[in-house]
Design a protein around this ligand. Structure first.
Ligand SMILES: Nc1ncnc2c1ncn2[C@@H]1O[C@H](COP(=O)(O)OP(=O)(O)OP(=O)(O)O)[C@@H](O)[C@H]1O
Ligand SMILES: [Mg+2]
Length: 304
């Protein structure tokens, strides 16, 4: 079985994203990968776009600065709506507000809150944008992106493409708004810039992000894999490796023997169906994976 490093054959940079259904081990794999690159001396950031993040928990860090330092070369950052509002504010907020407030009376903070919480996918788009900016800033050699369970991740990934579609209609609508030419022009200009930002975000996801899918050898997880591969393919996002977690290796009881026997049929199906991908098995451990020592043990499994 090949380790992760041997797979680096494309021109892609070092942004790794871990996706999969709830509870299969995405954060564990993301944290392990981050620790791995940091221990090679790369400036590494593990970043989470999960609304209920757990990177700080797994690394046992109580510092809630963004980023927070874990150890030499290793930082974590858990993105929330606050950061998204800040980005929206920086890129579009004031300009859009000026136009908006010429015909609606609303204070600026309420306006930003309204936009970032109401517009479909806006927060997702800015999460992608946040990571793209980080990449452009060149502050880190490796960025490890831990995501929320399946459904939310798919929304996050599809948002830039959906926004491009959605914004195509916008000029037609805004040009009909009963506002003067001087107000209309800046709006159209903002829409154009926003379209460009969405398009850049799709390109970024497609060209620069290395997707790893995490799963477990069980029926439901196997079935859901198909769906997520289908969705990712639609936008041209290619998964590079499939991590099968929680594989029972030590079969020293009837209980574990039965469990391993059941897993075997799903493992066979996974190898059969995804033979074009690098498949990495992670053994099930009898303890939860928390703290640097435990993560180092997993590192041995993930990077052989
Ligand atoms: N190989 C393993 N052996 C033993 N325990 C594991 C293993 N992998 C993960 N765990 C444990 O399983 C739990 C869930 O793992 P993790 O938080 O990484 O999943 P997740 O996919 O990120 O979950 P969520 O979808 O909620 O974000 C954790 O308590 C973790 O310690
Ligand atoms: Mg998680």
């Amino acid at each position: 079985m090949a380790g992760v490093d041997s797979q680096v054959t494309t021109n892609k940079g070092s942004i790794y994203m871990f996706a999969g259904k709830g509870g299969v081990g995405k954060t564990t794999c993301a944290a392990t990968t981050a620790l791995h690159y940091a221990s090679l001396g790369k400036r590494t950031l593990a970043i989470s776009t999960d609304a209920t993040p757990s990177l700080a928990h797994i690394f046992e860090v109580s510092d809630n600065r963004k980023p927070a330092r874990v150890q030499e070369s290793l930082y974590i950052s858990e993105l929330g709506l606050g950061e998204v509002e800040e980005m929206w504010d920086k890129k579009f907020g004031r300009e859009v507000y000026q136009v908006f407030s010429s015909f609606v009376s609303v204070d600026y903070d309420s306006f930003v809150e309204f936009m970032t919480s109401m517009l479909p996918g806006l927060s997702d788009e800015f999460m992608v944008d946040y990571i793209r900016e980080l990449r452009l800033s060149d502050s880190y050699d490796a960025i490890i992106w831990d995501t929320a369970p399946l459904g939310q991740t798919l929304t996050l990934l599809q948002t830039p493409a959906m926004l491009v579609e959605h914004l195509k209609l916008a000029p037609r609508i805004y040009s009909k708004l009963k506002i003067g030419q001087s107000s209309r022009e800046p709006v159209l200009d903002i829409i154009k810039r926003w379209q460009k930002l969405s398009a850049d975000n799709i390109d970024f996801l497609r060209d620069e992000v290395r997707f790893s899918m995490v799963t477990i050898p069980e029926a439901l997880a196997f079935e859901q894999l198909e769906d997520i591969f289908f969705e990712l393919n639609k936008y041209g996002f290619k998964v590079e490796r499939l991590i099968v977690n929680n594989v029972v290796r030590t079969k020293d009881s009837d209980f574990l023997l039965t469990k391993a026997g059941q897993q075997k049929q799903y493992l066979d199906m996974i190898y059969d169906r995804y033979s074009d991908l690098e498949i990495i098995e992670l053994p099930m451990h009898p303890y939860e994976i928390k703290g640097l020592d435990r993560l180092e043990e997993i590192e041995g499994d993930l990077f052989k």
